[in-house]
Design a binder for this molecule. Structure first.
Ligand SMILES: C[S@@+](CC[C@H](N)C(=O)[O-])C[C@H]1O[C@@H](n2cnc3c(N)ncnc32)[C@H](O)[C@@H]1O
Length: 426
């Protein structure tokens, strides 16, 4: 099937059915044989998500009446066409004819002329993309712009700009197999340009690389994981012989990192989502690591765990993921303003419950990939206020007087992330 038709289907799934792009895109990519076409399909889908409001305005302005109901997918196809005209080097005539052909393939022969006409019109006028309001100017929902202005009055624009950048690819060296320097040397031999990051096992690649080209990847010598996410296991400081809980574990990036640092610890990895738990098992197998993988609710540990309390708990809580918009631009359109309050309530419920399962003297590391204070700083301040036996560690990375450590997107080339390390009175 035509790449533009597949792109329209993926964009439709995200915008009309609320499916995340990381699920919708691979589904369409399975229908494409060649790697270059898979890449073009991804580039178009990600591009449409990044520039959605402006593309939407441009195409809607050219339609005499909106496309509704079953025809909605043709509207998404127009976004795909418009993206190619503004943001790719694909010659306009090819972009237009391929997009019109996609309309036929999607079964809307009657709308081929409309698609052709709209895209020709856009190409002829070459009008600058609209910037009439914050949503259009920043290609970001107004509620996110407003929240960022309030939370970060000095640098909200920089945060938005960073959230539009294409993220770099990070690796985590597997310290059980070799030192980071040894792996950097292997990368050099394989002609993959890379340098070390600030967290102990992190490696930043100069450009994204197919994992098949990474030395020993399938044998578990390294994993793909953003530099910010790699701080989780490091800050948790797991020790061999301890009983550990990874309370929201799937897909298991941090579970595996914890075991790479403390291979003789007993780790329970739990998650609510059975499908995502399969990925935890796959990751453990590739890295030859062992954990007790459990399908369960972190806010009801009593229902699936009869063992001892835990020495350390990682709570990588479900969150708005507003720190990783550069990796998942569909988040901008899938999240709604009311989600923040609901997520904060869920996080505090899980946090309070996990605390009951922490041994006296134990450590709980709270983490999110959010940049919203309600899920981070405010969440932890409220927890400290209501929990007499909890104290907050000062992390060397935190700014003076900051509750926890808020990493903003793009800082040291990392994703946006938040960490707070809590200790329970002995
Ligand atoms: C941020 S992700 C975790 C990422 C993971 N720690 C990693 O590094 O690969 C949050 C996870 O929390 C899970 N989750 C949400 N609510 C939960 C609950 N009540 N109990 C357990 N897991 C939950 C989601 O299924 C999701 O996999």
């Amino acid at each position: 099937m035509n790449i533009r038709a597949l792109a329209a289907k993926a964009v439709y799934d995200v915008l009309e059915r609320g499916v995340s792009l990381s699920v919708a895109l691979p589904e369409q990519q399975t229908r494409v044989a060649n790697g270059k076409d898979k890449g073009l399909l991804a580039e178009i889908c990600y591009g449409v998500m990044r520039h959605l409001p402006q593309l939407d305005k441009q195409t809607s302005d050219c339609l005499s009446k909106p496309l509704k109901g079953k025809q909605r997918i043709v509207h998404q196809l127009l976004l795909v066409g418009c993206y190619q005209l503004y943001f790719t080097r694909i010659p306009a005539h090819a972009a237009i004819s391929e997009t019109a052909e996609a309309c036929r393939q999607l079964g809307f022969e009657n709308l081929v002329k409309v698609v052709n006409g709209v895209l020709r019109n856009i190409q002829r006028n070459q009008a600058p993309l609209a910037e009439d309001n914050d949503t259009l100017r920043f290609n970001m929902p107004g509620w996110i712009v407003k929240s960022l202005k309030t939370a970060y009055p000095d640098n909200w624009q920089e945060i938005i700009e960073q959230s539009h950048q294409r993220p770099p690819m990070w690796l985590r060296n597997n310290a059980l197999r070799q030192s980071r320097d040894e792996y950097l040397a292997l990368l050099e031999q394989a002609e993959v340009a890379a340098s070390s990051g600030q967290s102990p096992q992190s490696i930043l690649l100069e450009s994204p690389t197919d994992v098949a080209q990474l030395p020993g990847f399938f044998e578990g010598h390294a994993s793909v994981q953003d530099g910010a996410a790699q701080w989780a296991a490091t800050l948790l400081e797991p020790q061999d012989g301890e009983q550990l809980l990874d309370a929201c574990a799937a897909p298991g990036g941090k579970t595996c990192h914890i075991l790479e640092l403390a291979p003789k610890a007993s780790l329970v990895a739990v998650d609510f989502d059975d499908k995502r738990l399969k990925r935890v098992k796959e990751n453990l197998t590739r890295l030859n690591l062992n954990a007790d993988v459990i399908h369960g609710d972190a806010s009801d540990i009593d229902s699936w765990w009869q063992g001892d309390k835990f020495d350390r708990i990682l709570l990588d809580a479900p969150c708005s993921a507003t720190g990783v918009i550069r990796r998942h631009p569909d988040i901008k359109w899938l999240r709604k303003a009311k989600d923040i309050e609901e997520l904060a309530a869920l996080q505090s419920k899980i946090l309070d419950h996990c605390w009951q399962w922490l041994k006296p003297g134990g450590t709980l590391l709270y983490a999110t990939c959010s940049i919203m204070p309600q899920e981070n700083r405010d969440q932890i301040n409220a927890f400290l206020a209501r929990t007499a036996d909890a104290t907050l560690d000062t992390l060397p990375q935190s700014a003076a007087g900051e509750t926890g450590w808020q990493i903003l997107p793009g800082q040291q080339q990392m994703d946006g992330f938040y960490y707070a390390r809590l200790r329970k009175q002995a």
